[in-house]
Design a protein around this ligand. Structure first.
Ligand code: AMP
Length: 218
């Protein structure tokens, strides 16, 4: 089960990727998380990407592709993987296809999550993430058991700089311009599945499972 999750920031794809990964014991690979780990490590690369990420722009393709390749080489992807936030440009999608071919793998499906901007904005400004393990929560929709504390590892929860409204609007603009071609890329390969992410969280996950079943992916 090699899946790509596509969608504007705030659409909840990270949450569904996390849940699916847990249920099917496959890794959720988020380039956003990998980049944040790089920043946390204090590396030169981390310093370089920090300013770009905080401003809401996309990190250059060659950096993201290198970081992603490094993660794939670490293994654990034999049963499959869910790519969350990658590929985000046509160039990344092409590089990913080339890498898959080299590894004797392929992308099975690309799930396109959509919802109106108004819904997304309300979700994003309530989003909190664990500083330690990267797990995602929400002030209203996905509360941790104890306020401000991660259920999984006890780490502290925080609001990401790039979840503030100004950065969100910039990221959406980047999405429109650079990520729409990724949809066209997988569209040509007939791999796109549309997911209406404006529904309740409890409704969306079962519909994803049903679709994957119908497509004989699970
Ligand atoms: P995310 O956590 O997926 O919303 O990503 C947060 C930020 O990391 C984005 O706004 C970008 O600056 C950067 N980023 C994550 N994934 C990519 C990618 N595939 N290509 C370029 N930049 C990325």
């Amino acid at each position: 089960m090699n899946l790509v999750f596509i969608g504007k920031q705030g659409v909840g794809k990270g949450t569904y990727a996390q849940r699916l990964a847990l249920d099917f014991e496959i890794p959720q690979i988020s380039t956003g998380d990998l980049l944040r780990e790089e920043i946390k490590s204090g590396s030169e690369l981390g310093k370089k990407v920090q300013a770009i990420m905080n401003s809401g722009s996309l990190v250059p393709d060659e950096i993201v592709i290198e970081i992603f390749e490094k993660r794939i080489q670490q293994g654990g992807t034999e049963k499959g993987f869910i790519l969350d936030g990658f590929p985000r440009t046509e160039n990344q999608a092409e590089s990913l296809d080339a890498l898959m071919q080299k590894l004797g793998k392929k992308i099975d499906l690309a799930l396109n999550f959509t919802a109106p901007d108004k819904v997304l904005l309300s979700r994003l400004t309530g989003r909190r993430q664990c500083r330690q393990c990267g797990a995602i929560y929400h002030l209203r929709n996905l509360k941790p058991k104890v306020e401000g504390v991660c259920d999984k590892c006890g780490g502290s929860l925080y609001q990401r700089e790039d979840d503030k409204e100004e950065a969100i609007r910039k990221r959406w603009a980047a999405y429109e311009k650079q990520t729409k071609p990724v949809l066209a890329f997988y569209g040509k390969q007939k791999k796109i599945i549309e997911v209406d992410a404006s529904k309740e969280i409890g409704e969306i996950y079962p519909s994803i499972i049903k679709t994957l079943g119908n497509k004989k992916i699970i």
